[in-house]
Design a protein around this ligand. Structure first.
Ligand SMILES: Nc1ncnc2c1ncn2[C@@H]1O[C@H](COP(=O)(O)OP(=O)(O)OP(=O)(O)O)[C@@H](O)[C@H]1O
Length: 257
């Protein structure tokens, strides 16, 4: 049986520099996958290839039986730096995405959808504000609402909570987990945070150090769901998987620079 998202022999060269070499990954529908690895190994490049924003030098990405050749509404990306349009209100930032992707909807259906997703991430009451008038955590909520509002098949997250303080980060991780559990979206998230990866993911894909980064290991996170942060940290599976990932990153793949 084919996987929902298939990454076949993907390599990426920037000039003579080989970032990724022969990446192979199979991701099932509804899975939550984290990509982890040292800075500069090519995590964002791989995510960008899946998004269709970067073309692989060799190999291919197949989503639901179709090759990815460009960005498309079936894949939404959330970046660390929110990437909201500063001159538009919170409402319009989401509406612009809905209008551009879901042209067949009536005005009322579009408005209902924007309202639904702003409510889902808890920023509806801030809908008239501009991005400069809301906090970083709220901006990231809006970015997530915008991504979800087009109802993609795959949600791609590039260090989505990397710029947030620890408490806001924990709250948004809980919200993302809740939304993912309800929607059963397929998610791929780049992160540097092992605990975040363990809390959210079904599998953690560890990339080796670049240049020519490969998939070093795919670590299954066999922690039952629903997950309660305070409870899972006591589980043997959590402790052992965390130790394994730490061992990979700090010993086997240790970087000297
Ligand atoms: N457009 C580009 N042109 C040339 N080199 C690039 C380009 N994009 C990325 N690179 C290089 O590819 C390598 C991988 O970058 P990438 O951002 O994918 O790594 P990363 O693992 O996501 O890093 P970090 O964890 O620091 O965000 C780096 O050496 C980077 O300088």
């Amino acid at each position: 049986m084919r996987a929902y998202l298939e990454i076949f022999n993907v390599s990426k060269y920037f000039g003579s520099y080989t970032v990724l070499k022969d990446i192979n990954l199979l991701i099932n529908r509804g899975e939550f996958i984290s990509l982890i690895g040292h800075s500069g190994c090519g995590k964002s490049t791989l995510l960008s290839i899946v998004a269709g924003l970067t073309e692989p030098t060799t190999g291919s990405v197949i989503l639901d039986g179709k090759e990815v050749v460009s960005p498309g509404p079936d894949r939404a990306v959330v970046f660390q730096n929110y990437s909201l349009l500063p001159w538009l209100s919170v409402w319009d930032n989401v509406m612009v995405a809905v209008k551009s992707v879901l042209k067949g909807l009536s005005k009322k259906e579009m408005e209902e959808r924007v309202k639904h997703y702003l409510n889902l991430v808890g920023v509806y009451e801030h809908r008239h504000k501009k991005p400069s008038q809301i906090s970083g955590g709220m901006k990231q909520r809006v970015a997530i609402a915008r991504a979800l509002a087009v109802e993609p098949k795959v949600l791609l997250l590039d260090e989505p909570f990397g710029a947030l303080d620890a408490l806001t980060k924990a709250i948004l991780q809980d919200e993302l987990l809740r939304i993912w559990e309800e929607s059963k979206l397929t998610c791929i998230m780049v992160t540097h945070d092992i605990e975040e990866a363990l809390y959210l993911s079904d599998k953690v894909v560890v990339l080796s150090n670049g240049p020519s980064a490969k998939v070093f290991d795919v670590v299954e996170v066999n922690i039952p769901r629903p997950r309660v942060r305070a409870e899972i940290v006591k589980l043997r599976e959590y402790i052992e998987t965390k130790e394994k990932l730490l061992y990979y990153l700090t010993t086997v793949l240790r970087k000297t620079a």
